[in-house]
Design a protein. Structure first.
Length: 141
């Protein structure tokens, strides 16, 4: 793998719309690098997780809850930080916005906003009932 991979929920119309927007407006310039977007339903999650050390960081359960950015070196960023990495990879003014999202004072706020949007994505423009996150109870031993 030579470029990072953005893993998203392909069953969610809101998520798919966001990725299509990113593919159209955030594609690489000559100064930045490439990236690939793939729905987790079609991604080889085992290979991506193996690249990340095989610790379960790349899984269908995680990818249906948050977008994942997997680098060629095996680093995995999720949620708001995945979006930040995508923006930084895109170059130009987008890179500055991505860097702001990774800054210590902004990072926790970005995470809260991302999680709120993810929980309510079925209510967002383009969202449908299929976009709702699965209702899973707490894990019990």
């Amino acid at each position: 793998m030579k470029d990072p991979v953005l893993v998203f929920d392909g069953d969610c119309a809101f998520c798919s719309s966001c990725v299509r927007w990113a593919e159209r407006y955030l594609r690489q310039t000559l100064a930045s690098g490439g990236w690939e977007a793939v729905a987790f339903q079609f991604a080889d999650l085992g290979v991506l997780d193996g690249l990340a050390g095989g610790r379960g960081e790349v899984s269908a359960e995680r990818a249906e809850r948050e977008v994942l950015w997997v680098t060629p070196t095996g680093r995995v960023h999720g949620g708001a930080q995945a979006v930040a990495r995508l923006l930084m990879r895109s170059g130009g003014a987008w890179a500055y916005l991505g860097a702001v999202l990774t800054a210590a004072p902004v990072r926790p706020v970005a995470g809260v906003v991302y999680r709120w949007v993810a929980r309510n994505r079925h209510r967002m423009p383009g969202g449908t009932a299929a976009c709702a996150l699965p209702n899973r109870g707490p894990v019990r031993p």
